[in-house]
Design a binder for this molecule. Structure first.
Ligand SMILES: [Zn+2]
Length: 272
């Protein structure tokens, strides 16, 4: 699939915000694999994005699933749906599960216009994800600090609503959950986040390297998943931040692959 980015824009505010500028990078599967080879990455989770229309989700899911099938074991596909589309979203998710999807994401409830914690709307999606051991990966936004394109409004409160509504759902909060890991210092929050993980995508744009040490101490190193935000930035930049710290070897191993390997192995065992 090679489509012109302009084709997506009128129907999709999220796409227009992230990729309206011709300078904003979009990577093909071949480019991702080439960069993984260059950097020395064995496998990557490839994410779709939270498009506003179900139709845009379907078209891009096709590309994601096809790419993963062409690079088995190296590209692990996560797909997107528009929950507001109702039955069409469920049908598409079922199709993607048959096609090998291992997760849903990166979802954008703010630009997609729904409440992630809404049990009625999200119940059937969460139920499918739990039954087939799919992860649910959502964008996250810091409620404070500088603004940037795509920051959005998925702050720790809305992430926590999702986590509380669907305690069995395996949730990955992108970009360190907009600060949510800090609240793992509250015992009831730590307990509620038993199935919650945090990825490190775009860390160099957001935080000092010390965030790795602090979140490992507060929430646990087993909760941190390496994410890059490629092609916005190379995974090299996130790894460079980690290398500035004197983290325990086991901690680094967990973040750079051990945790993902463990979780994806669990997920694969539920594939049907
Ligand atoms: Zn994001």
């Amino acid at each position: 699939m090679k489509e012109q980015r302009q084709n997506f824009m009128p129907a999709d505010p999220c796409f227009a915000e992230l990729y309206g500028s011709p300078k904003a990078k979009i990577a093909t599967a071949e480019e991702i694999i080439a960069h993984m080879d260059e950097v020395g990455i064995d496998a990557s989770v490839i994410l779709n994005a939270g498009w506003s229309s179900q139709e845009a989700c379907n078209r891009t899911n096709d590309y994601i699933l096809d790419s993963a099938a062409r690079y088995p074991g190296r590209l692990i596909p996560f797909v997107c749906v528009q929950p507001m589309a109702g039955r069409a979203a469920i049908d598409e998710l079922e199709r993607c599960i048959r096609g090998g999807a291992r997760g849903i994401g990166e979802m954008r409830s703010d630009t997609q216009g729904f409440d992630m914690g809404d049990r009625e709307l999200m119940g059937p999606i969460a139920e499918l994800a739990v039954r087939h051991r799919l992860f649910f990966l959502t964008h996250a936004s810091e409620p404070v600090g500088h603004l940037y394109p795509g920051k959005g409004a998925i702050t720790p409160g809305s992430l926590y609503h999702l986590i509380q509504s669907f305690p069995d759902l395996q949730v990955v909060c992108a970009h360190w959950g907009g600060g949510l890991p800090f609240y793992a210092l509250m015992p009831e929050v730590a307990k509620a986040m038993a199935n919650t993980y945090f990825d490190t995508a775009a860390t160099p744009f957001l935080y000092q390297p010390e965030i790795f040490r602090h979140v490992a101490a507060i929430a646990g190193a087993d909760k941190i998943l390496m994410g890059s935000d490629y092609p916005l930035m190379s995974p090299r930049r996130v790894v460079a931040q980690i290398q500035l710290l004197d983290l325990a070897h086991e901690t680094v191993e967990m973040i750079l692959g051990g945790n993902a390997e463990r979780l994806l192995e669990w997920s694969r065992s539920g594939a049907s």
